[in-house]
Design a protein around this ligand. Structure first.
Ligand code: ADP
Ligand code: ADP
Length: 238
């Protein structure tokens, strides 16, 4: 589904590659956790897959189509096919749950004061279904600034899913959450992966979570893949 071909990324003004000659293929059934110390290149890797970062060298293909040189058509495909969740949720604090979820499909609209008139009944109904799916129905009209971390990340996931992507990417989505909530969010991501058949690729620094949920673990060090295999094969030294 995703093919990464000879990809290197070097940031302007630096002398080392943040990612170095990465060759990987991901398929639909994969639930991938990416491990590695701070600075290993995990965030660069996720950002390169979703088009926020352009490879310095190499190509990324989605279902055979190159998506890595950032023309408008490619960016539209990437935005539609890939949902993304973030460590700090990246929600709009003063907007409500449903308003934040709608931004995932329609972007930020100046007039969010009244949903009616700006969104069709079908669009609102669809947003409500996704919200209900995340267990957030009762919080629909609550401003997200008043929610707990776990609730905020559920809103983040709902926002990522409203476009019905095929791929879900996470850049340390549980790094700001306590262990119990982190586990809950991973269980939810795994359930969504199974039910919606989402290719899921997540950066995480908690080895136990990766071993519990991943179907495949990648470990990065200094921009290189030093482990690629099943959770059973992974040891702390990898
Ligand atoms: P991780 O997510 O594993 O902590 P990153 O992908 O953030 O790793 O960083 C990989 C390397 O790239 C690090 O050496 C980091 O300092 C460098 N880096 C990340 N972002 C930038 C940037 N915008 N400009 C220059 N160097 C960067
Ligand atoms: P319904 O799902 O209730 O039939 P509509 O077909 O009227 O809703 O769709 C309203 C909006 O919500 C459209 O912009 C549509 O793209 C989106 N939407 C609703 N259901 C889906 C779906 N299953 N997949 C993708 N988008 C959907």
């Amino acid at each position: 589904m995703i093919d990464i071909k000879k990809v290197s990324v070097r940031y302007r003004g630096t002398t080392e590659d943040a990612l170095s000659d990465i060759n990987l293929s991901f398929k639909k059934g994969d639930f991938i956790c990416i491990l590695g110390k701070s600075g290993a290149g995990k965030s660069t890797f996720i950002r390169t897959i979703n088009g926020l970062q352009t490879p310095t060298i190499g190509e990324i293909h989605l279902d055979g189509l190159q998506i890595s040189n950032k023309n408008e058509k490619q960016l539209r495909i990437v935005r539609r096919e890939m949902g993304m969740v973030f460590q700090h949720f990246n929600l709009i604090p003063r907007l409500t749950v449903i308003q934040n979820v709608l931004t995932g499909k329609f972007g930020y609209r100046n007039n969010f004061k009244s949903l009616i008139g700006w969104f069709t009944p079908g669009e609102l109904e669809h947003a409500e279904r996704v919200i209900s799916d995340m267990g957030l129905s009762k919080l629909r009209d609550r401003r997200v600034e008043h929610l707990s971390g776990g609730q905020k990340q559920r809103v983040g996931i709902a926002r990522a899913l409203i476009q019905q992507p095929k791929i879900l990417l996470g850049d340390e989505p549980v790094a700001s959450l306590d262990p119990g909530t982190s586990n809950e969010i991973f269980a939810l991501l795994k359930e969504l992966h199974n039910r919606l058949e989402l290719l899921t690729i997540i950066n995480v620094h908690d080895i136990d979570l990766a071993k519990r949920y991943a179907t495949r673990i990648l470990s990065l060090k200094d921009g290189e893949i030093i482990f690629d295999g099943s959770p059973d094969e992974f040891t702390e030294d990898d």
